[in-house]
Design a protein around this ligand. Structure first.
Ligand SMILES: Nc1ncnc2c1ncn2[C@@H]1O[C@H](COP(=O)(O)OP(=O)(O)OP(=O)(O)O)[C@@H](O)[C@H]1O
Length: 250
């Protein structure tokens, strides 16, 4: 039997005395959309970093198609970072950022072939008109699309996104999820997305991983986002749960 796209088993990550992740165990297959949800400091970004081979767990196993994250062909995994952490004053064009997704370094000259690949990726996210715009002139939503194009340029089988809708308006976020849904359907890709948006998790994910350092739940959104699970992870949740469930049945 072939290896799952992503498998994590009994993961332990510790910084000093602080157990940031403890006992995390889940699997995701091709076509799965996993929303990773939890309060601030729950270890969501740390889990992404482990899967990208940037943080090394003290214990447990993380694998992408059965391989150690540091040994996976970089073309297999696409990554979309949080846009709030990016320096947009960097003097570069959108197309250069997209082409940088082909390499581990910045492309100082772009060949015709690279340009065509980048335009193709930008077309996938309906952003080809942004190709020759300066990064500093892009809105948050436009920049997010360019980053999504960058992550797609090598047609990855796993896409990892860290709060991709932060700073993007509701329409932009809806478009983003639609683009992801379309790519996923076309390529049977696996999507792992950190999000603070319970509604997006509820409506777009096939699975939700609810974390609070420990694993509170992993399963279909209806099960993992149950009120008692959210209460366990977040403590007081007010009316937020009722609003999320309400939307689904409108
Ligand atoms: N390199 C590091 N050294 C020490 N502590 C770290 C390091 N990276 C993360 N942490 C700590 O690990 C915990 C989890 O951080 P992480 O960024 O994974 O949380 P998160 O769930 O993504 O949070 P947020 O929702 O606020 O983005 C935090 O307490 C953070 O301070």
């Amino acid at each position: 039997m072939s290896s799952p796209a992503v498998s994590v088993s009994d993961l332990l990550v510790r910084f000093g005395d602080h157990r940031v992740l403890d006992g995390i165990t889940f699997e995701a297959q091709g076509g799965d959309f996993v929303a990773i949800v939890g309060p601030n400091g729950a270890g969501k970004t740390t889990l992404m970093k482990v899967l990208l081979g940037l943080d090394v767990p003290e214990n447990g196993i993380a694998r992408i198609f059965g391989q150690h994250p540091q040994q996976v062909d970089p073309g297999i995994v696409g990554y979309v970072p949080q846009i709030k952490t990016l320096d947009r004053s960097f003097p570069a064009l959108a197309i250069e950022l997209v082409v940088s997704g082909l390499y581990e370094h910045w492309p100082f000259r772009i060949s015709q072939e690279e340009r065509e690949l980048a335009i193709d990726a930008l077309e996938h996210v309906h952003a080809e008109k942004l190709a020759d715009r300066s990064l500093s002139a892009l809105s948050g939503g436009e920049l997010q699309r360019v980053y999504l194009a960058r992550s797609l340029i090598r047609t990855p089988r796993v896409i990892i996104l860290d709060e991709p809708a932060t700073g993007v308006d509701v329409v932009g976020a809806t478009d983003l999820y639609e683009l992801l849904d379309n790519y996923q359907e076309e390529h049977q890709a696996t999507v792992l997305m950190v999000t603070h948006d319970w509604n997006a998790a509820f409506h777009h994910a096939t699975h939700v991983l609810l974390l609070d350092g420990r694993q509170v739940a992993y399963g279909p959104p209806e099960a993992a986002l149950k009120e008692e699970c959210l209460r366990e992870a977040f403590g007081h949740i007010g009316h937020a749960h009722a609003m999320m469930i309400g939307d689904r049945h409108e």
